[in-house]
Design a binder for this molecule. Structure first.
Ligand code: IPE
Ligand code: IPE
Ligand code: MG
Length: 253
């Protein structure tokens, strides 16, 4: 058994390695409701949500899924009560500081996407440190969408392209889907094959509007802090049964 095979040995027997998604995205929803059900303040749900994300990242590594993208904070989440927003910003910073060493050891390459310049300075510093310390790591590509909005991302891409046209570096006819994709935050990681949303909501809440064009969607009633390997296994089994036609006809020659 090669070293790579032994790392993947935990893959459940009913999953086909060849048919695994290469990129999984998650809308981690339901932390507040999870806490409420336990009679706890909402912030406790966010705390437990971090553990669930850590487990999922580890699981992607164990099962050989090369890229994971998680929605941590949306451009709309600033509208929450100040104490909750403050708690989340402090939590992100604390978790990054605590987990960086392990991510380096596990070869994770972490990347943050979103309007990062509007985040608290001390969080920005941790984000920069974590990205630069892991940028050459060959393991799981872990992207965290923080102060991310799909519409905002598209608008910033349009501005960057418009500037290049204004400067004479590009002609309007040069703008195609490939060029546009290169101006998105996700340029290096590409589109997700599978989008998972927890807590049963049937919407994408301004997440990866461009990139989800042909992603398979899996929605579960499970609240994010309860999302575990068994649940991920179910999502992957479901994904493997899908017929991804991309607008074509099945079995087209
Ligand atoms: C998701 O859980 C976490 C973030 C949006 C930061 P919620 O906080 O949205 O939990 P619910 O949807 O209120 O239960
Ligand atoms: C989406 O969850 C954002 C994140 C998970 C970070 P929300 O709880 O903010 O979405 P809505 O309000 O239900 O659409
Ligand atoms: Mg929610």
């Amino acid at each position: 058994m090669t070293a790579k095979q032994s790392l993947l040995q935990d893959l459940p027997a009913d999953l086909d390695r060849q048919l695994l998604p290469k990129h999984v995205a998650v809308i981690m929803d339901g932390n507040g409701r999870w806490a409420k059900r336990q009679g706890l303040p909402r912030i406790m749900g966010h705390r437990r949500g971090v553990d669930a994300l850590k487990d999922l990242l580890r699981c992607c590594k164990d099962w050989g899924i090369p890229a994971l993208t998680a929605y941590a904070f949306s451009t709309e989440n600033w509208g929450r009560p100040l104490e909750e927003v403050d708690f989340l910003m402090t939590l992100f910073e604390r978790v990054l500081r605590r987990e960086l060493e392990e991510m380096v050891q596990e070869n994770v390459q972490i990347q943050f996407v979103g309007n990062l310049g509007a985040l608290p300075r001390s969080l920005q510093a941790e984000i920069e440190r974590s990205m630069s310390e892991t940028k050459c790591n060959p393991g799981t590509r872990f992207t965290v969408a923080t102060n991310y909005g799909g519409r905002q991302e598209i608008v910033q891409a349009c501005r960057a392209i418009a500037l290049q046209v204004q400067q004479g570096l590009l002609q309007p006819d040069d703008i195609d889907e490939a060029l546009f994709s290169r101006h998105l935050y996700t340029a290096s990681v590409g589109d997700p094959d599978l989008l998972i949303r927890t807590s049963g909501e049937m919407r994408i809440s301004n997440f990866l509007l461009w990139q989800l064009a042909y992603s398979e969607m899996y929605i579960t009633e499970t609240l994010w802090p309860d999302f575990d390997r068994a649940e991920f296994h179910r999502a992957l089994c479901d994904y493997q049964k899908r017929d991804r036609r991309f607008g074509k006809v099945k079995n087209q020659k």
